[in-house]
Ligand binder design. Structure first.
Ligand SMILES: Nc1ncnc2c1ncn2[C@@H]1O[C@H](COP(=O)(O)OP(=O)(O)O)[C@@H](O)[C@H]1O
Ligand SMILES: [Mg+2]
Length: 293
């Protein structure tokens, strides 16, 4: 084992290996929904992500895996410019959504984050009713009209809102559990229900991409299984990018897997079966077989 890298740069047990760019060259049919090119992120002096090139196919599940601190969350936040909110963060490179650069002047960040929604590790519903949690986004974005359209269609505002709330809760596989208590406070739900509510809140504004950062890691196995089933269903209509520290979860739910390793490098990216059964990188194999991380 080489001593070129200090302990702090390598996870204990991780061997030295030159990265071959062919390992991240994943060919898929169709256009990329998201295309990241030469993305670098610094937090102050710390170089947290290095030269990431990653194309994400639409309507599928892409898993981002790797040991803690390797930059998975940082990369996820690049995809809807959430790092803009972190003062010390500097993002260089290009991220295109449907071929349009999101890091250019004039991009409306509210609109971007509506198209590219995010679900976090800790369910974070608002301390409001279940209904209000779902309708909050559309209200903010003005999708629930101020009455004119409803009057023209001969129906009330509430009906429009009710339809939207039901649609999003059904999509998030939560409707049957909450339909009789929509006005109850969301904080009274279980953790797993709260997380599905957060997914419903995200779906309510009609996103195209859903970013999920360890969405099940705070949940028990049954609630986790529900989230995993939901993720697979969502990928029929949405592009889902999910960070997980659970390799089993990545193997179960994703179509393609990107492996980040210590130092903020993308080491291998490919079909999930190939990554788990026949990785090209020795370090990825060591990681997957539990030799480090
Ligand atoms: N808000 C932040 N400010 C400063 N450094 C950060 C911040 N977020 C992450 N980092 C650093 O960037 C590196 C990657 O972190 P992160 O993206 O959270 O990794 P992961 O999600 O893979 O655990 C880590 O060294 C971490 O300490
Ligand atoms: Mg993280």
């Amino acid at each position: 084992m080489s001593t070129q890298h200090t302990e702090s740069e390598r996870t204990a047990g991780e061997s030295e290996e030159r990265i071959d760019s062919a390992w991240t060259n994943y060919e898929f049919e169709g256009d990329a929904k998201i295309s990241a090119t030469d993305v670098n992120v610094h937090y102050g002096e710390e170089h947290a992500l290095k030269n990431i090139d990653l194309d994400i196919p639409e309507k599928s599940v892409t898993a981002l895996i790797g040991p803690s601190g390797c930059g998975k969350s940082t990369f996820l936040r690049c995809l809807n410019r959430m790092n803009d909110r972190i003062k010390s963060a500097r993002v260089d490179g290009s991220v295109e959504l449907d071929g349009e650069e999101i890091y250019q002047d004039g991009v409306n960040l509210v609109e971007l984050r509506k198209r590219v929604g995010m679900v976090f590790q800790q369910p974070n519903p608002f301390p409001k009713s279940i209904r209000d949690n779902v309708s909050y986004g559309p209200r903010k974005h003005g999708d629930i009209d101020t009455g004119l359209l409803s009057r023209l269609l001969g129906r009330g505002d509430d009906e429009t809102e009710d339809e939207l709330v039901e649609r999003a809760l059904r999509q998030a596989a939560l409707w049957d559990e909450v339909s009789d208590r929509l006005d109850d406070n969301a904080l009274g739900l279980s953790g797993g229900q709260q997380q599905r509510l957060c997914i419903a809140r995200c779906l309510a504004v009609d996103p195209e991409v859903i970013l999920m950062d360890e969405p099940a890691s705070a949940l028990d196995p049954i609630a986790t299984a529900k989230i995993e089933d939901l993720i697979e269903d969502l990928a029929e209509d949405y592009t889902v990018v999910v960070v997980t520290h659970s390799m089993q979860q990545a193997a179960r739910i994703s179509d393609q897997t990107a492996v980040f390793l210590t130092g903020g490098e993308l080491v291998e990216y490919g079909d999930t079966d190939q990554i788990f059964e026949n990785p090209e990188s020795q370090r990825v194999e060591d990681y997957i077989t539990g030799k480090f991380g």
